[in-house]
Design a protein around this ligand. Structure first.
Ligand code: AMP
Ligand code: GLY
Length: 480
């Protein structure tokens, strides 16, 4: 087997899933060199070389890559921070190691304002009404408050308030959920505005899906749809998090989607791709430049945000059931010869377990943070490869034990022929983790999925009633 050296820039359980997919290649003998946020036990165990770089700064990643330059065939970057800071540009320029992630210029994730302005130009139908409040525009708090009030008078109070800069989904506040009147809304607004420009946009009613696609600069290869669980608590309450879990149904669609929803999504993402691609192949877009969070509304799919890297946990729904060899796929992205990505027709459910203070589950926890995953790993005897356990914000310490840090600690992927069975495996894994962690129990729960189906049915019915009513009014007017 051909030996291949891969630099993996890691943050979260997503990178463990990437490393797992690389190491499972049947065509290549892969050595991974991991630039990691912490000593992730899964990654450290499999790495040829492993460096802990807590701030994942481009300079330090570059130095690590330089030390292993001769062994590296390419690199792959999972978290957005280094992508936005230009890790690909730096490594390709200085070390000539080809990298899988967009170049700095194409990291749309860096600014939500930029995303809205781009969409206004190339796909306005995917934008809600919005306004950008730039810090440089206002001289006082009173001035910005007045401008915000004027905007709310125009579009109503039902809005989402978002930081321009990425905050891992966590800075976003939605009217009726995170604030209930204008004063509270403004409080949320100001907490962001102190350090960042703010985007205020109309609140969208619908169901969310995550669209992911690999890109070789010439074409996009879409992956099956997934559904992320952004809110902290069961029933979709609480603050936004990085994602407490996610599911993928057996086919490409989610239960609440129609084939035309997917076609519309594809058409929208293609428009964005074409706008950035320019003429011919654009190598700056290699990787996953458009992982798009969609809201399916009565008025078709709208874009909530565009990310420039794989979703965490959404890519954990895909990599374990990908038929295509992942290393081969990486080479194809780099060469510009990407082909259709084949996945098994199976459902996958990812549940994350997080430390007690994550998402505000507890305000304070001062106890031990030791986490023992051996009980979950033991389930491999029962489920074989249909269970995957990927540590995220956990570290292996010198005492040989593993500890939870401050973010989502570990995810369990359940794989089966349908969602119900996949969820059971995922939760079985979660139940067998020993440690002070908590999780959502309703990821892919039948009632939750049914609620999404019902909501879309209601929205579509209301939309078609209002279309037929306006058609009838139109023909009545024509008759007059
Ligand atoms: P974002 O980081 O922009 O994806 O936002 C995080 C979460 O906030 C999304 O997954 C949605 O649940 C919610 N959200 C963001 N924008 C809107 C919007 N315009 N309308 C309703 N909910 C939104
Ligand atoms: N699951 C949300 C994200 O990866 O941004």
């Amino acid at each position: 087997m051909q030996k291949v050296g891969v630099l993996v820039v890691s943050y979260g359980a997503r990178a463990a899933a990437v490393i797992d997919a690389l190491k499972r290649s049947e065509e290549y003998d892969v050595r991974v060199y991991v630039a990691d946020k912490q000593r992730n036990p899964f990654n450290a165990e499999r790495a040829e070389a492993h460096a802990v770089i807590p701030d994942l700064s481009v300079d330090t990643i570059l130095k690590f890559a330089e030390r292993h330059k001769d062994a590296l065939d390419f690199g792959i970057v999972c978290p957005e921070g280094p992508i936005i800071e230009g890790v690909r540009d730096a490594i390709e320029e200085r070390l000539k190691i080809p990298m899988i992630c967009p170049k700095k210029e194409f990291a749309l994730e860096g600014s939500k304002a930029r995303q809205r302005l781009l969409l206004a130009k190339v796909a306005p139908e995917a934008n809600p009404e919005f306004r950008i409040f730039r810090r440089s525009e206002f001289k006082s708090v009173a001035e910005v408050k007045e401008a915000l009030w004027r905007f709310l008078d125009e579009i109503g109070d039902d809005v989402a308030v978002k930081p321009d800069r990425p905050a891992a989904g966590k800075g976003v506040g939605v009217f009726g959920e995170h604030f209930h009147n204008r004063e509270q809304l403004f409080e949320h607004f100001l907490s962001i505005f102190e350090t960042s420009d703010v985007v205020v946009e109309k609140k969208l009613e619908g169901e969310e899906s995550s669209f992911q696609a690999f890109c070789d600069g010439r074409r996009l290869e879409p992956l099956p749809e997934t559904r992320d669980y952004k809110r902290a608590f069961d029933g979709d309450f609480g603050p936004n998090t990085g994602g407490m879990g996610s599911y993928k149904d057996a086919g490409d669609l989610l239960p609440f989607m129609e084939p035309s929803d997917r076609e519309k999504e594809l058409a929208l993402v293609e428009k964005i791709f074409k706008a950035l691609q320019g003429d011919g192949r654009n190598e700056g877009l290699i990787g996953m430049p458009f992982y798009v969070a969609f809201m399916h509304t009565a008025d078709g799919p709208k874009i909530l945000e565009i990310n420039s890297r794989p979703g965490d946990p959404e890519i954990q729904n895909i990599l374990p059931v990908m038929r295509s060899d992942f290393v081969e796929l990486c080479f194809r992205m780099l060469e510009g010869s990407l082909q259709k990505v084949e996945c098994e027709r199976r459902a996958t459910v990812v549940t994350y377990a997080a430390p007690l203070t994550y998402g505000g589950y507890r305000t304070k926890y001062t106890g031990d943070s030791k986490v023992d995953l051996s009980g979950a790993y033991k389930l491999k005897e029962k489920y074989g490869d249909d269970i995957r356990i990927y540590p995220g914000a956990m570290e292996l310490r010198d005492d040989g034990c593993t500890y939870a840090l401050r973010s989502r600690a570990v995810c369990v992927v359940g794989i089966a022929d349908d969602l119900r069975a996949a969820r059971e495996i995922s939760l079985d894994g979660i139940r067998n983790i020993d440690g002070p962690l908590w999780n959502r129990w309703d990821v892919a729960a039948e009632w939750h999925v049914e609620k999404s189906v019902e909501k879309m049915r209601r929205l579509r019915a209301a939309a078609s009633t209002s279309t037929s009513a306006s058609d009838a009014a139109g023909s009545a007017a024509r008759r007059r």
